[in-house]
Design a protein around this ligand. Structure first.
Ligand code: AMP
Length: 546
């Protein structure tokens, strides 16, 4: 027997309608590239999103057509988040930090007819435009007075388009499985692949993100969104914030510690979301400026961190300096992205600081709405005993079922499980701990050595800024770990000091065969260590230095 309840489609337009009607006055604060502030609210974003929809209609953008953005976090980008999706077009947020050839590839692959860009990216647009014949218009996200000098015939002004568009628009009642956003994976090997989200998946993800043991978002929150709108739907926070009416603070390109601090203090932010590198620099700046800062003016309670693992010192310092709890989360572009969040359980009531930090170092527990498991190389399920290492597999309502245009072929197994390529343990309480990427794991004498675990320990050495561990070919052991260290500025650690520091913390056979020092470590466009480049650079290192 079927239930007798209504079924309304889960659409992004319902999120912005709700935010407008019930939280219309909650503020959306943006800062632009010059540092100027702009203040609007959910009602303002909703109204202009409708103009965006009419403007797309006027430009002749078809249903389902992908509309690209090359833009930082600001109110106009947020209006595109709702305006493009709400009217049945697809928002393709392009990461401007990718190499120009990659950007060209993905805009072409996505067949974008219009690209909306921040004036700061004018030089990039000049570089890209001659190679993108499918683009019918380049829309600068500014008013007429700020139009950049771009050498394209099809340059348009966002504010002119909006001024000419009617404010009256009724969102269409789309099928909830209609595509809404498109993000490409960073693709350190091979071409980037597109992940095409649906209205249904994004709305369900928003419910999950708001829930208390997840990011616990509320209308009482003011969220500093450091994570870019062009990275994995900005962790779904724009949609989740609309679902609960949270205020948003959008920092634009100014992500230096002083700017981040200014926004946190001035806007009374209660939560802030960003990758660990941002927080590492932020905390170092706080420590250096302690004597002149009045930290009691901050209202910050939670900092969300993901994308890479936050070092122990970051978690500890947030608590010690600011009384802030670092909420560690894990996910990927293919998973919308949030899958696990590291919140405490009832059993942690009364836990010591040390016990809490041990917990926070893990990637967290699976949220409701998706499923997670560990599998061995033969595909068989592995126990959740906190020791057994296997590949993380996920399935659920906001997990990819296949890449855009079928790239990469079949990516889920017959039961719908998607192999994440991340290697982890899951403890009996359900906390996931990542030990590696499948391609980065070091296979030594038939056993696996976790590069992430050694990196995490190395960065807790007082002289180490960042560390990477890679596999180097070895004639006897197949592969051995090489530790590559970027020292803190002004510090000069030596190899033996680092090895001595590690020696009582890891098994003897995990000890790196060599330690090398570099001025800086290479990163991907999303802030992850670029190990492919390190493997090339240090290829055969042990044969020479071993
Ligand atoms: P992306 O699709 O660019 O968001 O990258 C996803 C990948 O980032 C995951 O498969 C992990 O390898 C890595 N990642 C994400 N969150 C974390 C985390 N909390 N700790 C360690 N690695 C992470």
């Amino acid at each position: 027997m079927l239930g007798l309840m209504q079924q309304r489609p889960l659409l992004i337009s319902t999120l912005i309608d709700y935010a407008e009607s019930w939280h219309g006055g909650r503020e959306i604060v943006s800062r632009d590239a010059e540092g100027a502030f702009h203040r609007t609210d959910w009602a303002g974003i909703a109204a202009r999103s409708k103009r965006v929809a009419n403007a797309l209609q006027a430009l002749g953008v078809g249903d389902g057509e992908r509309v690209a953005t090359l833009a930082w976090n600001g109110y106009r980008h947020l209006e595109l988040y709702f305006g493009v999706t709400g009217c049945g077009r697809v928002l393709h947020t392009v990461n401007p930090r990718l190499f120009p050839e990659q950007i060209r590839y993905i805009i072409h692959h996505a067949e974008n007819g219009f690209v909306f860009f921040d004036p700061i990216f004018a030089p990039l647009v000049d570089q890209l435009a001659p190679h993108l014949p499918l683009v019918r218009g380049w829309v600068a996200l500014c008013d007429r007075s700020a139009m950049p000098a771009v050498h394209v015939d099809t340059l348009l002004c966002f504010e002119d388009l909006l001024a000419a568009a009617s404010p009256d628009y009724e969102w269409p009642s789309l099928d909830e499985n209609t595509a809404c956003t498109l993000c490409y994976t960073s693709g350190t090997t091979g071409n980037p692949k597109g992940v095409l989200y649906s209205h249904r998946s994004m709305v369900l993800h928003a419910f999950g993100a708001c829930s208390v043991d997840s990011l616990a978002l509320s209308t009482r929150d003011s969220i500093l969104l450091v994570v870019p709108l062009f990275h994995a739907n900005a962790w779904g926070i724009p949609f989740a914030a609309a679902a609960c009416g949270a205020a948003l603070v959008l920092p634009g390109p100014k992500l230096d510690p002083e700017s981040v601090y200014l926004l946190l203090e001035q806007e009374g932010c209660t939560k802030a979301m960003g990758i660990p590198t941002i927080w590492l620099n932020f905390l170092a700046w706080i420590e250096n400026n302690l004597s002149r800062l009045d930290l009691s003016r901050l209202r910050l309670k939670h900092v969300g961190a993901g994308g890479t693992a936050p070092p122990r010192a970051t978690i500890e310092k947030f608590h010690k300096l600011l009384g802030v709890f670092l909420l560690h989360a894990w996910g990927m572009t293919e998973t919308s992205p949030i899958v696990t969040v590291c919140s405490p359980l009832a059993k942690h009531d009364g836990a010591t600081r040390e016990q809490l930090v041990e917990m926070q170092l893990k990637q967290g527990r699976q949220m409701y709405g998706v499923e997670l498991k560990l599998a061995g190389p033969d595909g068989k399920d592995l126990p959740h005993d906190g020791k057994t290492v296997g590949e993380l597999k996920v399935r659920g309502n906001w997990i990819v079922s296949g890449y855009f245009k079928g790239e990469g072929g079949q990516v889920v197994d017959k039961d719908g499980w998607f192999g994440t390529g991340d290697v982890a343990t899951i403890d009996p309480d359900g906390y996931v701990q990542l030990t590696d990427r499948l391609k980065d794991v070091i296979k030594s004498g038939g056993e696996w050595i976790s590069s992430i675990e050694i990196e995490n320990l190395a960065v807790s050495h007082p002289d180490v800024f960042e560390a990477a561990v890679i596999a180097i070919e070895h004639p006897v052991w197949q592969e051995r770990p090489l530790l590559i260290v970027q020292p803190k500025p002004g510090h000069n650690p030596d190899k033996q000091a680092i090895l001595d520091f590690l020696s009582d913390k890891i098994a003897k056979w995990w000890m790196p065969d060599d330690v090398v020092f570099v001025e800086s470590l290479p990163h991907t466009a999303t802030g992850k260590l670029l190990k492919t480049e390190l493997r090339e650079r240090f290829h055969g290192h042990l044969a020479v230095h071993g």
